[in-house]
Write a new protein. Sequence first.
Lengths: 107, 432
Amino acid sequence: MGGIALIDETKEAELILRRLQPLFTAQWHCQYRLDVVNNQYGHVFNFFLDIQRKNHRERSIPLHSLRTTDLAVLERVLNQVRQGTALTLHFVDFGRVRWPLSQRWIR
Amino acid sequence: MDYSHEPHGMFFMIDNKSFYASVESVERGLNPLKSVIVVMSEADNTGSGLVLAASPMAKKLFGISNVSRQYEVPRDPRILVVPPRMNLYIQKNLAINKIFREYVADADLFPYSIDESILDMTKSWRLFGRTPEEVARKIQLRIRHELGLYTTVGIGENPVQAKLALDLQAKHDRELIGRLTYETVPQYIWPITQLTKVWSIGHRTAAHLQRLGIHSMGELAHVNPYELQQTMGLMGVQLFALAWGIDRSHFTQVRPPKEKSWSNSQVLPRDYRVQSEIELVLREIGLQTTARMRHHQQQTSCISLYVGFAWDGQADDGRSGLHHSRRIDPTDNAQTIIRELVTLFREIWDGQPVRNLGVGLSRLSPSGRLQLDLFQDPQRQIKDDKFDRVIDELRDRFGKTAVIPASSLLKGGTMLRRAALVGGHNGGNSFD
């Protein structure tokens, strides 16, 4: 269960943005995307930067794992991440669930 | 053949299907059997990149094998390339072995590699099912449910049968389970003609057997074992036993190797031609190996040095490298060992471009007391000894890079970049 270990949401968001920064080089003909994976096996949320360039192999680079299963924590971390980057977010394996704070669908 | 005197146990050899690629798939919410994923190391010394693992689909669709080179992998957008995270795989391996421990006693579990374990289920399998296959299925499902990973199980009456069942049957079985017994060895093993597919038979052994007129496992089983021993030595008897699925090893009586030694080696990121650069890396490796030895309170009285040449370096005299050993006075002092290594290097090296360096320390004895040299200043010797120990402590407490020789910052040094690697590859993000 999440919430046992204290998570400093600001620090987590900063770490993700700091690792993202040197990887996101904004090349032409290149799609960048932030993957957020609900990993039921590890009880963590995983963050990856996905890079798709025309006629190249797709690349996926691990950024961070958030050690919680608490969606509210993830929502707050993501709100801070969004302030630092405008990359598209892609949610994997969340099912049809609403965010606990904003009550919007996760997608 | 009378098998009644052979050991009849119940051994499971379990391995993970494309382990690294599967772990990376699960982390991304992908099915390990359906994803097209390639784990590629881009550490300095892998050249343009080395494939550490490819998912089953990547192997099937694109023919990518492990240890393919980066340029051999097609530039296809359907292929997902990911960097390795060695620390994560070690964690997952520990989690898997923890599950195994619920099925066997600790003493009956033998981890074989990062993705393979041998379980001696002789005493415990009946607790978990009616047939060995049922038990294997149970373990497979546990691991699939808890970690998302697929495992392959080979079952045999002894370890070698389990290994053969794993390699030759389970990997092609729909349920990923294979089973061999003394009785079924002739049926499944003897028809094999591609001898290198069989565990423990490499290209050279296979070629040797071909020369002797042995072209299948069945033919191997029907040669005269005494004649085979005459031409191949002890190896011949072992191969003969292998063909009959016989294995008399007892894991609990594993003998420790007679002579332990410490060694480190590395492939350099490029060809090194400048003496000072090669010696710099040699010093770094010497330091690292000595530190490992000192951790075990040991000292060495024999150093060995391996220098592997670059491709174009071996043409001159046909040799691909040099290997030399030298006896020295027992010591665990890094500076002394490094001085000896550098001297040895200068004696044997003839200007060839170098791509590979290795250092070994053997003839070990317990250290702990300092043998003073009559011909040197005793205060100096005690100081040197203390100095090494302080450095060790600093590294233990604050990490490998807490103190480094300033020379490692020079061109050619590899220590700093390698410190973050695990087994020569990226360990993954440190604060996950």
